[in-house]
Design a protein. Structure first.
Length: 388
């Protein structure tokens, strides 16, 4: 029953006592309502099922609140708040094969770790003139278990001629377990979702939950005039990573009514009635960074390639082995001292003279910033590491 303190569920003993008292009132006080009598046994059976009914009513009551709802009930509440549970995802990683030039690595080619965690290549790849080729692979098992460390994928499941070895120079990322009730509830209560449904915040939550999306930003124009090329009452979403169609659908599901999405990419989404809607968004501008590092090293220093990879992992970009690393996010600054620290962390480096640039001509020893719609990126061809 409902009281001022909330829902009250009577205990089994209370239910049985009420049944016994009412039976005595109606049938007489000489009736045997104890557990030894037939009527008493019947009352115990009735009390059992009434107790189960009260249990169901209690569950139904508490399923209406974020703090106590579970499973699908929590999902339904989340829908009203404009947020959804994060589902499990497969880890992905760049694997590098070594073998005979011209050998084709087919889609679905299986490689694994020593613990038999299998990864399958996601596209065809051909071994290049240097005897290697890098290609993305996806873990067969879904979840965080696929986020293996660098160098752990070393086995070819079904060996073939002309492919001699495989490894992963970078750790696998993106593997995610399904968000459990406690995690989902905490995220909802922290306000990552929104009860308003069609708002900028709701769109960002929906976009950022998509597989492959690294970061996103939305610039809105709430005025009656065109501002920075954006029409009156419009918004432009900038999304780094992810699949175009999935991003467009997320925007369509959460965009404010009557507000126009603008951008350089266009996708047509049909509503439930089959009516087409044009959804636009943009990709961020990739702002190139150039790096020069002159090192003073000890006798046990490894190779300059290790330093190059450390630089690319921090900023983000393409390494010489064709592995692509996601580093800084949209609008994130390349912090000079942080980059210097990443280099020194390689080990056996006594000193480093570091210079960075955005054009390869003007060199600085300060931070490099990115606009809201920019992502800093560096290519191995723009990294110079020398020993003094």
């Amino acid at each position: 029953m409902l009281t001022e303190e909330g829902f009250y569920r009577p205990a089994y003993s209370e239910i049985l006592d009420d049944l016994q008292q009412k039976t005595l009132e109606k049938l007489g006080y000489d009736v045997n309502v104890s557990e030894t009598g037939n009527i008493g046994k019947l009352l115990m059976i009735m009390a059992y099922f009434f107790d189960k009914a009260w249990e169901d009513l209690e569950g139904s009551y508490y399923s209406s609140f974020v703090s106590t709802a579970k499973g699908s009930s929590l999902d339904r509440i989340a829908t009203l708040m404009g947020v959804s549970r994060e589902m499990q995802q497969h880890a992905e990683v760049s694997v590098t094969f070594t073998g005979t030039v011209g050998t084709v690595i087919p889609t679905g080619f299986a490689v694994s770790t020593a613990d038999n965690l299998i990864f399958n290549t996601m596209s065809d790849a051909t071994i290049t003139s240097d005897g290697t080729v890098a290609v993305m692979a996806e873990c067969e098992e879904v979840g965080e278990i696929g986020n293996v460390g660098a160098g752990e994928i070393t086995l070819i499941v079904n060996p073939v001629a002309n492919v001699t070895s495989v490894t992963n120079y970078s750790a696998a990322t993106g593997g995610k377990d399904k968000e459990n009730d406690a995690e989902f509830r905490e995220r909802m209560l922290e306000g990552l979702g929104t009860t308003q449904g069609s708002t900028i915040d709701a769109m960002l939550v929906e976009i950022l939950a998509l597989k492959g999306v690294m970061s996103a930003a939305i610039i809105s124009n709430d005025t009656d005039e065109t501002v920075d090329g954006r029409p009156a009452h419009s918004f432009e979403a900038f999304v780094y990573g992810g699949v175009q169609g999935e991003i467009a659908n997320a925007i369509f599901e959460k965009k404010p009514i009557g507000i126009q999405p603008v951008g350089t990419l266009t996708t047509v989404i049909n509503d439930v009635a089959g009516n087409p809607h044009t959804i636009k968004f943009s990709r961020p501008t990739m702002k190139q960074v150039y790096v020069k590092a002159t090192l003073t090293v000890s006798e046990n220093f490894g190779t300059t390639d290790e330093v190059q990879t450390a630089i690319i992992k921090y900023i983000g970009g393409l390494d010489s082995d064709q592995a692509y690393y996601y580093g800084l996010k949209m609008h994130e600054t390349c912090v000079y001292t942080k980059l210097l620290q990443e280099i020194m962390n390689v080990g056996e480096i006594k000193d480093c003279e570091l210079k960075i640039s955005t054009d390869g001509k003007t060199w600085v020893t300060t931070n490099i910033t990115a606009d809201t719609n920019e992502v800093l990126e560096v290519s191995h061809t723009n990294v110079t590491v020398t020993l003094s």
